[in-house]
Design a protein. Sequence first.
Length: 96
Amino acid sequence: MTDGGFVTLTLGDIAERLATSKSNISPALNRLAELGLLWRISNGLYRINPRIAFKGSQEEWIEALEEVPANIPEVVLPSYRRRPPRTNRSGLAAAG
């Protein structure tokens, strides 16, 4: 992600980084958009929802919030009353 919350990668770039095919990437990006996590601006240019993650100045963040498309759904994040479970070194949730 660059300043302003932009991701400048083509489907091929993303597929290469994830060691998968381009045919897997488009549906995944569509699903992320359905969930309101990002949206496509143009070929090879996406923007991460600034309500989720952001890189840049406060002014850039405010500008990004104002530019969220109307069709991007609100993102509902879980509300933890207590700390989420820790993971062990293998990345699996600790039993208990």
